[in-house]
Ligand binder design. Sequence first.
Ligand code: ACO
Length: 429
Amino acid sequence: MAAETLTITDNRTGKTYQVAIRDGAINALDLRQIRVSEDDLGLAAYDPGFMNTASCYSRITYVDGDRGILRYRGYPIEQLAEKSTYLETAYLILYGELPTKSQLAEWTRNITLHTILHENIKKIIDAFHHDAHTMGMLISMVGALSTFYPESKNIFDAESRLKQTHRLIAKMPTLAAFAYRHSIGMPYAYPDNDLSYTGNFLNMLFKMTELKYQPHPVLEKALDVLFILHADHEQNCSTNAMRGVGSSHVDPYSAIAAANAALYGPLHGGANEQVLKMLIEIGSKDKVPAFVEKVKRGEGRLMGFGHRVYKNYDPRARIIKRTADSVFEVKGRNPLLDVALELERIALQDDYFIRRKLYPNVDFYSGLIYQSMGFPVEMFPVLFAIPRTSGWIAQWEEMLLDSEQKLARPRQVYKGHETRDYVAVEKRG
Ligand code: ACO
C-alpha cells in the first residue's frame, strides 16, 4: 500500500520534508517546520474564505457538492423531508441517532415546555423602532437571553448544555414571532402548547381574535419541511461563526447571536430576501433575458444562484420547488413564480452559468413560499435562523467536546510597513 504521506521539497533551501496525510488532509501545523531561517515562523497556508481548509472533523452533516448530495447523520435529506418532522430531525442532528418513540415524546415535551419568554424580553422588543428589521431584533434578543440565564456559561456541564439546547430551540420561534408582531404593531401572541412546533409558530405569528388558532395543515407541514431542509449545512458561514465565537468558551446565546449575524448577510441567509427583491425588480417574464445579460456584464448577481459547495443542483432547492406547489394550491399561485421559472430556465441554458456551475440554491424558491404564506421579506432570514439553531448547537457541542479544537485564531501574512518613527502632526506633509 502506498504511504499516507506527502513529500515536500522546499526549493528555497533544497530541504525535503515528509508530512502525514490523515483522512485526505494534511495538518497545516506540519508545515511550520518548513523554514528558511531560525527566526522564520514557518510555512503557512494562505486561504481567504477557507476555500480549501478543513477546520474540524465532523460527524454531523455530509455534503457532496458535485453530486448534489446532502445527508444529516447519514440520512438523505430527501427521506427526512418526506418522512420526518423538524423536531425529530433536530434530535437526530444533535444526538446522532433517530429517537425512539419515548425519546421523541420526551424531547418534544422538553421543547414545548420552554417556549415561553421572560416578560422582560418584551421590554427589549418594545425599545425597537417600529420599522426595525426583524433579524436585527432577533440577533439582539437571542444575545440578551445570555443575561437571563447566566448559568449557561457552564459550557462543560452536559446538563446545563442540554437545558440551553431546549431553551434555544423552543424560544427562537417565540422571539421571531414577537419581533414580527412588534413590526406590524400587533399584540404578542403567546405559545399554544397543544400545537406542533411549526403549528405553534404560525399561531404566534398570525393569531388574531380567535380563541384558538388552527394552523392550516398543508402550511404547517410545508413550514416543517422547510425547517428540516434548513436544519444544518456543515461548515457554512454562520456555523463557522458559531464554532469560531464558541471557541472562546462564551455562553451559547452569545455564540448563537454571532451565528445569526453571519446568517443575516445577503451572501448567506439574507439571500432569500434578496431573491424576492430581485424577482419583484424584474417584474415579468419578458424582462428576464435583459436581467440575465446585466448579471453577465457583472452588474449584480443572480441571487439564489451559486453556492460555495454545490456545483450541481442544490438538493434542497428541488424539494422546495415541490413544497411550493402544495403551498400554492392553498394560497394561490405566486405570480412571481413565472419570473423565477423563466430565470432558472434561461440561466441553466446559458454558457456563463454552465461554465461556472451556477445552479439554484436553497434560497431561490423558499422566498416565494414564504411570501405566499404571508411573510414579509424581512422575516425570510429569520425563518432560516429558527431551524438552523439545532445545527448550530450540534456543531458548537461537537467543537467543545473535540480535544483537538482550540481558540479560533487564524494567522495572517503581514504586508504592511516595517517599523517607523512617530511624526508630530505639525511635521506631517
Ligand atoms: N450570479 C452571477 N455570477 C455569479 C454568481 C451569481 N449568483 N455566483 C457566482 N458567480 C460568478 C462569480 O462572478 C465568479 O465569476 P468569475 O469567475 O468570472 O469571477 C464565479 O461565479 C465564482 O464566484 P465566487 O464568488 O468566486 O464563488 P463563491 O464560491 O465565493 O460564491 C456565493 C458563492 C457567495 C454563494 C455566490 O455564488 C453568490 O454570491 N450567490 C448569490 C447569493 C446567494 O444566493 N447566496 C446564498 C447561498 S446559499 C446559502 O448561503 C444558504
